[in-house]
Write a protein that binds this ligand. Structure first.
Ligand SMILES: Nc1ncnc2c1ncn2[C@@H]1O[C@H](COP(=O)(O)OP(=O)(O)O)[C@@H](O)[C@H]1O
Ligand SMILES: [Mg+2]
Length: 316
């Protein structure tokens, strides 16, 4: 099968691993630079309202061993795709994935799934509506709204988060009400709304990252922050060990992934006095930390899952 890996760089760890895993399962991996694909829309001449795609051009590196690559200037046929969309190109990446989905390409992450999980506010709303447990959170921008939010949520310290953020950047622990309003005023001046969220102090800088692939939790790690930070992100120097999951936590992670319309996701869960809380869902989860920590071949699991989905589609 021809498997497209939408990724900006062929030397990125996760991209490289997915390419290797696809080759070793006998497929043809094609790394496609997401930004090189022109998203071109045109109505079909038949006037049937279907979108016809014309003049899609891309540079493709087609390789058996890195760093050999071959560049072609057309969009190749692919049976399935694994979108690895960086947070700096969400808008464009979602448009590309949507276009390829419209062409019938099977995907590990739908365009809606990527968009919904990137926006922390939409994502929390989606999970809350699905009846899944999430931290108490309010979207607010004015000082009045923030005060009202804090009355509903509880006393500071409180967490303030940008709607779109990754690797712990854009997540702040704010000690008092005055600082919350000052932070919101600063964010408003740069047109960035923020989430005000209850601080789960009892999680003590630890959380669990679970890699969901289809309806399985294939790997999980418990992450701990370093230097007393409240954020456990590995990019901030956090450390990790393999985590054992209860059946309830597994179900929660799978339900959150499904609620977003994702086939593959990295799910972050915090332990609280009220039980496990879903914190966020990553549609392009990094594989390096979780594979190194758990020894699980996550890339292979992702390729197997995509393979199965493509076979199901072909059987229809
Ligand atoms: N409400 C909270 N209470 C306690 N810790 C939190 C809370 N929100 C985030 N954290 C910590 O900060 C880290 C980063 O937050 P997260 O929402 O996952 O943002 P990012 O997308 O930047 O990773 C989490 O992994 C967790 O360790
Ligand atoms: Mg996170």
């Amino acid at each position: 099968m021809k498997i497209g890996i939408l990724s900006r760089g062929e030397t990125l760890y996760s991209t490289r691993r997915l390419i290797e895993a696809a080759w070793s399962r006998g497929h043809e991996p094609i790394r496609i630079d997401t930004l090189s694909i022109g998203v071109d829309f045109g109505m079909s001449a038949a006037g049937d309202g279907r979108v016809r795609l014309v003049n899609v051009q891309t540079a493709v590196s087609h390789q058996r061993y890195l760093p050999k690559s071959r560049h072609i200037n057309y969009m190749p046929h692919i049976d399935g795709m694994i979108p690895r969309i960086g947070s700096s190109i969400t808008y464009y990446g979602v448009a590309v994935v949507r276009m390829l989905q419209a062409r019938g390409v099977v995907t590990t992450a739908t365009a809606d799934g990527i968009a919904q999980s990137r926006d922390k506010s939409q994502s929390l709303q989606l999970m809350a509506r699905a009846g899944l447990p999430v931290p108490r959170t309010v979207l607010a921008t004015t000082p009045q709204a923030a005060l009202a939010a804090m009355q509903a949520i509880g006393k500071p310290p409180i967490v303030v988060k940008l709607i779109e953020g990754t690797q712990g950047q854009g997540v702040f622990l704010v000690p008092n009400v005055a600082t919350v309003t000052a932070v919101l005023a600063k964010l408003r001046s740069v047109s960035k709304p923020a989430l005000i969220q209850e601080y789960i102090a009892e999680s003590k800088g630890q959380d669990t990252r679970i890699l969901v692939v289809g309806d399985r939790c294939v790997a999980a790690m418990r992450r701990s922050s370093s230097n007393g930070d409240f954020r456990s992100n590995l990019h901030l120097g956090g450390t990790a060990v393999t985590a054992q999951l209860t059946p309830e936590i597994k179900q929660l992670a799978i339900a959150a992934t499904k609620a977003h319309g994702l086939g593959v996701a990295g799910v972050d869960i915090l332990d609280s006095k009220r039980g496990a809380l879903l914190l966020e869902i990553n549609s392009s989860p990094g594989l390096e930390g979780i594979e190194a920590t758990t020894g699980v071949d996550v890339a292979d699991a992702i390729i197997q899952y995509l393979e199965k989905r493509i076979k199901e589609k072909l059987a229809k």
